[in-house]
Structures are given as structure tokens and as C-alpha cells.
Design a protein around this ligand. Structure first.
Ligand SMILES: C[S@@+](CC[C@H](N)C(=O)[O-])C[C@H]1O[C@@H](n2cnc3c(N)ncnc32)[C@H](O)[C@@H]1O
Length: 230
């Protein structure tokens, strides 16, 4: 565990400051707004599962920055993050996205069609672990986004890391779990996230940074032999 040895340099994100952040990084997006509203209407009890709008913008930006052609997502839900990922793909790029619920995926499909990105998305309905294991085992994934059941995170990570190209990026959502990763006696979900965070920290195959945006986002870049520290 790294302890704090320099003065803390962070800015507490008040609701007003959060609004400022959003108004200074997002461009109006009626389709994503509509998808979010529809999800809140259809599935009110689970709508909080969608990524935050600023995270969606980050996902699109990262796909574009990496010029990622092969993208994998674990946890589609109603398609908010997959729409953001797919929009960043270059011509010929593909997003493979894994979801357990056919009902949730049906909502996602409708919005992918409306956005005109359905031709580049391959949906795998079923347990994500099976879907990941069915992917080619060689390194071929440029960017992956993990955002499904928390107890599955370590298994998803272990399937994905060997499939990442050198320099490929794994993005993991909810790594702070409402701050509950700090609990002395955490509930099962935050305990699973905390175990995952320890697992990723100890993995010598990646270099990483954790961003305290939304509910915590881990960015982990797959190292190659050329850039492993001696
Ligand atoms: C947090 S939500 C994903 C949110 C989505 N990324 C978005 O931004 O809208 C997690 C999703 O993972 C799905 N899920 C849970 N367990 C799963 C499993 N074993 N295999 C595949 N999907 C699973 C849930 O049905 C749910 O839709």
C-alpha cells in the first residue's frame, strides 16, 4: 500500500462543480439523453447501472485515441456505454459486447440501430465468462471495458489480459464502489471490487492508473516485453 507522502492535491467535487465539469466537457447528445431517459422509464430500479455521461465521453475518446479496432465490453445493459464505445471505432472496427439479459440487450439493439452503429456491434447474450472464453485466445483486443457483476471481475480480467495486444487498454468501472472498498467489513460486492483492485495492482503484465471520476475507473495498459521495467 502506497501511503501519502506529499500534500494532498485534489479538489472535492461538489454538485455545483460536477455540473461545471459536465457543462465544460460534454456536447449535447439527444440520442444518449433519450436512451438514459428510456432506461429510467423501463428499468427504474436498475438505471443507475448506466455509466455517467462524462464516462461515456471518456470511453469514446479512449477508443479514438488508441484507434482501437477490436473492442470488447463486459456488461452491455441497455447500451449506453456500448454506444459510446462503438461511436469511437474507425471504419472496419468492431465491438463485441457481452450481456446476460436478452431483455436489456433488446433495448440496446434498438438504440444501436438508431445511432447507425449496429453493423459494427456483435452482441453475445449469455454468461460473459463463456463469451470471453469463446474469443480467440491470441492477443487481438485493443481495448476492453469491464462493467458487469463484481464477483466476476477477476475472472474477466484473467480472460482479457492475455487477449490484449501490447499497449492495449483495459478499463474497469466501479473501482471505488461508492467508497465502500474502504469498509473494514465490506458487503459482498465492494469486497469483490476491493479484491479485484488488489489483484490488478499486483499484476505485472499491466501498468495502471485509477481515475476518481464517477464511481472510480481503472485504466490498465497491457505491457509488452519491450516496456517492462528491468
Ligand atoms: C453495470 S451494468 C452495465 C452498464 C452498461 N455498461 C452501461 O453503461 O449501460 C452490468 C450489466 O452486466 C450484466 N451481467 C451481470 N452478470 C453478468 C454475467 N455473468 N454475464 C454477462 N452479463 C452480466 C447485467 O445484466 C447488467 O446489464
Amino acid at each position: 500500500m502506497i501511503t501519502q507522502t506529499v500534500p494532498v492535491k485534489n479538489t472535492v467535487l461538489t454538485p455545483e462543480l460536477h455540473s461545471y465539469v459536465l457543462s465544460h466537457c460534454l456536447t449535447p447528445d439527444p440520442l444518449l439523453d433519450d436512451l438514459a431517459a428510456q432506461t429510467r422509464t423501463l428499468i427504474p430500479g436498475q438505471a443507475h447501472m448506466m455509466v455517467a455521461p462524462e464516462q461515456g465521453a471518456l470511453l469514446t475518446l479512449l477508443v479514438r485515441l488508441l484507434q482501437a479496432r477490436a473492442v470488447v465490453e463486459v456488461g452491455t445493459f441497455t447500451g449506453y456505454s456500448s454506444l459510446c464505445l462503438a461511436r469511437g471505432l474507425p471504419l472496419g472496427g468492431t465491438l463485441t459486447t457481452c450481456e446476460l439479459s436478452a431483455d436489456y440487450a433488446a433495448v440496446a439493439r434498438a438504440y444501436w440501430e438508431r445511432a447507425g452503429v449496429d453493423d459494427r456491434i456483435s452482441l453475445r447474450v449469455g454468461p460473459a465468462l463463456d463469451s470471453l472464453r469463446a474469443l480467440p485466445s491470441v492477443p487481438h483486443v485493443d481495448l476492453a471495458f469491464i462493467d458487469a457483476d463484481k464477483p466476476g471481475y477477476i475472472a474477466y480480467w484473467e480472460e482479457l489480459v492475455p487477449r490484449m495486444v501490447p499497449g492495449g487498454l483495459i478499463i474497469v468501472d466501479n473501482t471505488l464502489f461508492n467508497g465502500e472498498v474502504l469498509d473494514a467489513d465490506p458487503a459482498p460486492k465492494p469486497a469483490a471490487v476491493a479484491a479485484f483492485n488488489r489483484h490488478a495492482l499486483a499484476d505485472p503484465r499491466v501498468e495502471r492508473v485509477m481515475l476518481p471520476i464517477a464511481d472510480g475507473v481503472l485504466l490498465a495498459r497491457r505491457l509488452s516485453y519491450a516496456d517492462r521495467p528491468l
